[in-house]
Design a protein around this ligand. Structure first.
Ligand code: SF4
Length: 319
């Protein structure tokens, strides 16, 4: 079963841009589509702007205070589309509340998720902001992992986004669909090292939250848990944090290894830490030892950190 992900329509090659063109992404179309099934959305066409149409941009009369940001026609600022885009986001949020991710087109005054150009009313560049529609979707559906197509060409951000989509899908399928203490605890257990690799303070906070499941109503604990979890794994797992987790995992298997194998493991982790080899190298060796020596230990084998996304995507070959 493919995972459902919402996407700006133009990224799938639909000719919905203001100039009648598209922004087809080869990576999305030929690689991600093997795993994701897409729900295309074009908010500008959705509010009836037509194609082609005069371009719009973000303007403000009150600094970059979000309240004062408006989407206006570039050559006629009296034509504003802000409220229509916000209303359309509300309508769509209801339709897509169960998607596991959202890929936005960058730089768009409607769909841009980060750093869209923001202008003074007089047309001078001022700052950057989120597109009107994307900001509203973020406010209404804060848990859904979101990223811009342009940023997916960065290997770290790409790996991070797909990790978040997979983890959120796991939550929706295995915890939210049938909430129980066991489902929540199992989710936490299999994501422990993933959490540690992304954000140690949240790893500690969520460990404390899980320590007393009678302290509050279970739904409240689950809501608090997933809010902090999704925000924690937005932090990129860098070489330093990954090295820390690799060393923890190495501690579990080292008693089973010969001194030569121990030295080899230590060297490979060190080379990864130095930036000489990618993350896939120490993980492949570690996975090999875990499967060979600790097959009885379900705790290690179930760790999502070892295999957070399809191996064929090769996401850890480039980080
Ligand atoms: S960026 Fe968004 S609003 Fe613009 S054409 Fe693409 S889907 Fe439509």
């Amino acid at each position: 079963m493919k995972i459902q992900v919402a996407i700006s329509s133009c990224l799938l090659g639909e000719e919905v841009r203001y100039n009648g063109g598209h922004k087809r992404s080869r990576y999305i179309e030929s690689v991600l589509s093997e795993y994701f099934s897409f729900t295309p959305i074009c908010p500008e066409v959705g509010i009836g702007m037509g194609t082609p149409r005069p371009p719009i941009h973000l303007i403000t009369t009150s600094g970059n205070n979000e309240e004062g940001i408006e989407a206006a026609q570039v050559d006629d600022h009296s034509k504003r589309f802000t409220q229509q885009l916000k209303d359309y986001a509300k309508q769509q949020a209801d339709q897509i509340k169960d998607v596991r991710g959202y890929i936005f087109m960058q730089k768009s005054p409607s769909c841009g998720y980060t750093k869209v150009k923001l202008y003074h009313e007089n047309g001078n560049p001022l700052d950057t902001a989120q597109g009107i529609y994307a900001a509203e979707i973020e406010r209404l559906l804060p848990l859904i992992p979101k990223e811009e197509a342009g940023r997916l060409s960065d290997p770290m951000l790409r790996e991070n986004f797909i990790t978040r989509v997979m983890a959120y899908n796991d939550w929706k399928e295995n915890v939210e669909a049938d909430l129980s203490k066991k489902a929540l605890m199992d989710f936490h257990t299999r994501h422990k090292y993933l959490l540690m690799a992304h954000h140690i303070p949240s790893y500690q906070n969520l460990g404390r939250l899980m320590a007393d499941l009678k302290a509050k109503p279970l739904q409240q604990i689950a809501d608090e848990y997933i809010m902090e979890f999704m925000s924690a794994i937005k932090h990129v797992a860098n070489r330093k944090k990954n090295t820390n987790v690799l060393q923890h995992l190495q501690g579990y298997v080292k008693q089973h290894l010969t001194s030569q194998e121990r030295q080899e493991m230590t060297n490979v982790i060190h080379q990864y830490r130095q930036g000489i080899i990618p993350l896939v190298a120490p993980l492949t060796l570690l996975n090999h030892h875990i499967q060979k020596h600790t097959e009885q230990d379900g705790y290690l084998l179930q760790q999502k950190y070892l295999n957070p996304h399809p191996y064929e995507l090769g996401l850890r070959n480039a980080i």
